[in-house]
Write a protein of this length. Structure first.
Length: 431
């Protein structure tokens, strides 16, 4: 296989060289500290090295709000350029070896070639995402009445066929998951019958489910509001798990951190979904007010840690298997998307590492003995560990950068792309 990596391994190694001694020192020091608590730092490092999170193809472009989008020079304008940017994220951070594509945005004529192209960049494909929340040029039926839950049969049929087409594309590029999020819902009380709209969704989703190959899953992503502001058909984890249970064993729930009411206990939702074998995927981002799509861990890193604490519990106690599809799902409105995704991947892996560090024996004993303070301290001790040397060592051993952001800026990648790529036009709205 020919490799076509965007950054030179030599350059990354050269940038790492002056920091190697300090890293060895920090790693050794943390290793001694952890060993006093009976923890082998190399075992933690191996766990983190095996951890990965997918990046979405659309995350490589500057996002936007309902009001505006401010593009940057050198932004990607097609799937080939998006893959190249994802390869940069993975080369430096070594945590993001898979890309989650979105159709029809990432449509090409030859998917076997696209798969090869990704492989030459050190990438594979994760869950495919369908899009029935906006209209495309030349589309026969508008989604202005909804998609899988539309009252119009022809519109529902079109949405079903699009999802099946996504499965067919996914089979060609090596995916085994279809993520379905629909914008269906209402903006006025009385606009739709709340029961019948769910009936229509379930009937249509069952037809997509029937088209799933044996080893595939359909991941149902719920969202409380937006674009529908009064009611959403798959609004919460309750609707999601009921739909997944009705559809069958290949249907799982996908939790997006931003898709809940403020202050909802998301880690408990994770535990509940896992209890019933329905936790299929996770979209990472952060928020202050609602579905803000801010960078993972930028507002509430402790919540991210608590979510991972439940994910580790799930990993250690798999019921009906546990193989969640992890993806970064953010809108990079004011940063270089490559920098945001590298920074977020680091925040996510940090929380994963801290959750791995939790002394589960001490935690369980304190829980069983109703020693509230010591149960909390078991979590707090792990949360307080600075795991940065572990992550940096994982990256170095996999050919990545000790300091991902400095290495990225030193590479001059974006400046080069600004000269090579055609400019993105001014646009409104999220992409
Ligand atoms: Mn999402």
């Amino acid at each position: 296989m020919t490799t076509n990596l965007p950054l030179s391994a030599d350059q990354i190694a050269t940038l790492n060289a002056p920091q190697m001694d300090a890293l060895a020192d920090d790693y050794g020091s943390l290793g001694r500290k952890l060993s006093r608590a009976g923890i082998d730092i190399d075992a933690i490092k191996d766990k983190v090295a095996a951890f990965s999170v997918a990046v979405p193809s659309w995350g490589t472009g500057r996002g936007g709000t309902r009001f505006a989008k401010f593009p940057i020079a050198g932004e990607p304008t097609n799937i080939h350029e998006k893959l190249e940017d994802c390869a940069v994220v993975n080369q430096l951070s070594t945590l993001t070896p898979r890309v989650s594509p979105h159709f029809p945005w990432d449509k090409v004529s030859d998917y076997a070639a696209l798969k090869q192209e990704a492989e030459s960049l050190g990438l594979g494909f994760d869950a495919v995402n369908s899009n029935t929340f906006q209209d495309q040029p030349g589309q026969a039926h508008s989604y202005n009445t909804g998609s899988l839950a539309s009252t119009l049969e022809a519109t529902r049929q079109q949405a079903i066929e699009h999802n099946i087409e996504c499965i067919e594309i996914g089979q060609q590029i090596g995916s085994t998951d279809l993520t379905v999020w629909v914008g269906d819902g209402t903006n006025f009380p009385g606009q739709q019958d709340l029961g019948r709209s769910l009936d229509r969704y379930l009937e249509a989703a069952a037809q997509v489910y029937a088209a799933l190959p044996e080893d595939w899953r359909i991941l149902l992503e719920h969202k409380m509001f937006e674009p529908a502001f009064y009611s959403t058909v798959i609004s919460d984890w309750g609707s999601s798990i009921l739909a997944a249970q009705e559809l069958g064993p290949k249907a799982k729930c996908l939790v997006d951190l931003g898709h809940h009411a403020p202050n909802v206990n998301i880690e408990q939702i994770v535990a509940r979904l896992h209890r019933f074998g329905k936790l299929g995927g996770f979209h990472f981002n952060d928020s202050k007010y609602g579905d803000d799509d801010l960078d993972s861990g930028s507002i509430n890193p402790h919540q991210l840690f608590l979510v991972f604490n439940e994910l580790i519990e799930a990993e250690l106690n798999p019921r009906d298997g546990f193989n969640p599809a992890y993806m970064i799902d953010q809108s990079h409105n004011v940063t270089d998307p490559i920098e945001s995704m590298m920074s977020s991947a680091e925040a996510i892996a940090s929380c994963y590492a801290k959750a791995v560090l939790v002394d589960r024996e001490a935690l369980n004993a304190a829980q069983q003995g109703n020693d509230t303070m010591m149960a909390f301290q078991a979590l707090r001790r792990a949360y307080n560990v600075d795991v940065a040397p572990i992550l940096a060592m994982v990256r170095v051993e996999a050919g990545g950068a000790i300091d991902v952001l400095t290495a990225y800026r030193a590479s001059g990648y974006r400046v080069r792309k600004a000269q090579e790529r055609k400019a993105v036009g001014l646009g409104a709205g999220i992409v």
